[in-house]
Design a protein around this ligand. Structure first.
Ligand code: HEC
Length: 303
């Protein structure tokens, strides 16, 4: 039925036919003395054209176009009604009648329009906006219990026993807890810096290539993207994060990111990426060490 490119012509034909039927019917009704008064007529024409544009035209009109058409239709109806003094008086009669409540029926209409209708609209608006689901009651567990072991890039790490292979003295021995303190104010760019500091420097490059966008230049969780996320990125300067955690926990978190969190850390979706997809395990250990060095915290030990 709907031939392509033919739509505007069809629409004009439909509207013309509708108009003709309407005028014919009106003429007939007037003849038998039951003519429709001007005000309901205006409403009828308006609703008729609206229903046509809204429901009968296919493909559907874009709403901006629909509003433009209806604006034009409204203007035309007004022009038509006010073209004769008689028409205008007829049109105004029910409006003035309602405003002044000239008889019990108009009084009812007035009460409906100015009391019931606003209340209904108010309730509808309220009902539309009020949330229909319960807010989550559980708070997010920021530091959930880590798994006993985790597999990162094909290698298995037991979190209780794994050690950062780069947290070492110059002789290659694992650094005693707290010994890194002597390096906290050192210059990592020194050419002959101890091994520990050289690894920290490498970790720093990794951090500034990958992490600072979220965790910030000063590691305080205020990176340029930080406030786009809920929860916001961890603030490592705060003693509530790194200082509370074993380094293997940090390793696990960096490797697995937000997707690796257990369900008690829901319902909030963490934006922390699973870095095992982009960094080697060595790089993860180094960046972890850099974060501790920069914030001057020690990893928590298994007591
Ligand atoms: C897209 C933003 C984003 C980037 C990039 C990002 N993180 Fe995160 N990170 C987060 C968010 C958000 C959190 C807090 C939610 C959570 O614990 O998962 C977080 C949490 C963490 C935590 C957990 C801290 C704690 O107290 O449990 C560590 C460790 C961490 N990030 C390290 C890193 C490292 C290292 C990098 C770079 C290799 C990095 N992040 C890059 C968004 C990011």
């Amino acid at each position: 039925m709907w031939t392509e490119g033919y739509m505007p012509v069809q629409m004009l034909i439909h509207l013309t036919v509708m108009m003709a039927v309407y005028v014919g019917a009106n003429y007939f009704l007037k003849k038998i003395g039951k003519g429709i008064p001007a005000f309901p007529q205006a409403i009828l024409i308006w609703l008729g054209t609206y229903s046509y544009f809204k429901f009968a035209v296919a493909p559907p009109l874009p709403s901006t176009l629909l509003y433009t058409f209806m604006g034009l239709v409204t203007i035309v109806i007004f022009l038509f009604i006010s073209s004769t003094e008689q028409g205008w008086t007829d049109f105004k009669r029910p409006i003035l009648g309602t405003l002044m409540a000239v008889n019990p029926m108009y009084k009812g209409v007035r009460t409906f329009s100015f009391v019931v209708l606003p209340l209904l609209i108010g309730y509808g608006t309220y009902d539309f906006n009020v949330p229909k689901f319960d807010e989550p009651i559980d708070l997010r567990t920021v530091h959930p219990a880590p798994p006993a072991s985790t597999t990162v890039r094909g290698q298995n790490f037991t979190l209780q026993t794994a050690q950062n292979p780069y947290r070492v003295e110059d002789n290659g021995e694992y650094m005693e807890p707290g010994h890194e303190k002597k390096y906290f104010k050192s210059n990592v760019f020194e050419p002959n810096a101890p091994k520990y500091l050289q690894y920290v420097k490498e970790g720093g490059s990794i951090f500034f290539q990958n992490c600072h966008f979220c965790h910030g230049d000063n590691l305080n969780g205020r990176g340029m993207f930080a406030f786009a996320f809920v929860p916001i990125p961890a603030n490592f300067v705060d003693p509530g994060t790194l200082a509370q955690l074993q380094e293997t926990f940090v390793f696990w978190r960096i490797a697995k990111g937000g997707p690796g969190l257990p369900t008690e850390s829901a319902p909030w979706a963490s934006a922390m990426p699973p870095w095992e997809e982009h960094l080697t395990t060595d790089e993860i250990w180094k960046v972890s060490m850099f974060e501790y060095w920069h914030t001057e915290f020690f990893p928590r030990t298994w007591e």
